[in-house]
Design a protein. Sequence first.
Length: 770
Amino acid sequence: MSLQTYFQTSLPDCGYQLTSTLVSGKNIYAASNGYVYLLDFVTGAVLQQNNLSGRGHKEVRIAISDDGSTLVVGTDGYILGLNSSTLSTNWETSLPKCGYNLVNVVAAGGGGTGYAACNGYVYSYNISNGAIQATNSLSGRGEHETRIALTLASDVLLVGIDGYALGLNPSSLGTNWQTSLPGCGYFVTSVVGGESCCYAGCNGYLYMLNAFSGTITNQNNMEGTGKAECHLVLRQDAGVLFVGVNGYAVATKSSDISSIYTTSLPDCGFNITDVAAGVLYTYFGCNGYVYGLDDQGNVQATNVLPGLGYHETRLAVNAQARERVFVGIYGYSVGLDPVPLTPAGPWMSNSAAILGPKMLRQIAIPGTHDSGTYAIFALAPIGQDLPWYVKLIQAVPLPSIVIRHIIALWSIAQPADFLTQLNAGVRYFDLRVQGPVSGGPAAFVHGLVSAPVSDLVHQLTVFLSTPGYANEVVILDFNHFYAMSRTDHDALIENLTFNFFGALAIYNPKGSNKGGDDGFNTNVTLNDLWATNARIIVYYADDVSVANNNVLWPNVGNNNVAPAITSPWPDKANYADLKVALDQELPYTGTIPFVLQSIVTPDASTILSALAGSTVNSLGALAEVGKLQISQWLNGWGPNVGINIVIADWITENPYFISTILALNGTKAAVASEEEAIATLATVPKSPLTPDDLVKGIQNGTIKLADIIHHTHTQAFRVFGRNPSKENVKALTELQEFVEGSEVGKSKLVNKADVEVDPKKSERKEAVKE
């Protein structure tokens, strides 16, 4: 598995300097050398820029207000408030007495109050206008870099400076306590707030203090990591504290900071190490490298940021199911994608001779269930759909943040966003939408609120605009609506028709399929669509909307018109029962498109078992259990039983799902690089090895298949030993048979025997700034 670069943006005008990064919802911010930028979440394009006129060219640090409306900037002894959408400057405040020095900022203090720290001074300010409300000169602590954080309850402002930790009253900024951190000397001190506690890191030492008294309750010397600056972050559920220090990744229990793991990050040397906590991984950045580590401290994903040199590497992550990692380094902003999905290419276009004459309902099409849930995270609002499992989990006597985290685990059906799904070959989306609530936009929903509908519009536009993809046909199935007024429906439809004007297929059950106003019916072929500009079919579960808009096709949610698609819900809580139910639906001989829902629906027993400690504790884990079974079923049913659209949860957990469906068309998926798919292995398998371990992922990874065969790579030695067992030889044979597919030939595999697996970091060249 790898952290794939999906954008790399040279930040204009700022040169080659330290670069801060921040993500807030779908807004990506970068700041460097006196400039601030807003970037597009999908493409990385610079949307807005503020040159911070008059503030010089110094390091810039940034924070976002609680409501997301104000980006607070700290630089050169000043704080500024920028409009988070336009980056226009709302206000600018000189911090008194601190000189022109590095400024750290916190913009989420509650009640409209933010905090700043500079050169031994701490300030509170009004986020709306920048007015200074209180100041603390930290008497006796000298003039040094000053770092700040709030406890989770925002009831103590924590300060780290020069080997000391302090607790301030967040209203008056009066000093409640100050504690000298033993053993660490006088060095830069980082602080993070927990539940009634403070964590401090300084010069290779980690401390846990009582947030109200400053008493040190625990200390971890992080043996073997050396004496260096520490970066700290608390996991979203507050259960684990992560530390980046001197080229090492450290995880500790938040309850007592005892060590969970200490991992030396390969190749990056002994340098400042940043850390960001995601859902899939915890990410560490050091000296031009980014790593994704699992809960045991194993490096599961790496990106060497080719061309960007060896510099301090700062990270931000949107800690959601569909997480992306954003990197600030040396005047560049980089977006990384940790989700393991192999690109399928424009598979419809590439198989035009075979698929073009076929009716859409005769083509095997990969789809996803609850397609828009990738943006759900623990602090997202409760959705208007309010499914039964949310009520069940809310009744459990656990802290609210833990409750929300559990709800999120059972609400996220897809960790990959729309564009990633489309690139992987998905052409059908199952969509559930709730109307605007509390001033928010119409958004996708499943237990918790997910991404706004505008995400779909934007990402689908990017996809269809990609060279070579203009003839791909995408089906949008809006089959559930919640709290949607007539005005809300009209606004959603206008959004679709405005952005996809001419690309929406007109529905007419008696249409000729020749395009134009005559429209298309359910016998439409790809060739029929390709003869026109129509590339998107929109199913819509609202009778009034369908009656008034000929670009909306009726689905099973309509009451007054015959549906133009069928999608029977199996409603089974285990895979054995699901197989029986799906067998009963096949062969399908109907005359409208058909959705085969290969999904297990958890029941109360499943949820309660998870709460009691079962490892099947999320929709993702449930999908993991059955991933091979679904692919085996599809192979068993074969191409002659009327399989049309197939949907599943967490398609990222099944590397065979999409390719197996496409194979039913009698075509081969056009992957981005056939040789890469043949010759790479995604993860180092765990012992004992199975064929499934070996073929898991089959995409960008760290071990070449040829290296395994010839035993030329240290990781291959570690996995197989110099004399692989009979079981391993058998597994390798099955792997080779799997990846060779249509007689690719052993020669390709043998020819890769001398390929070097991991290019040396020293081979990277410094980027030439455009």
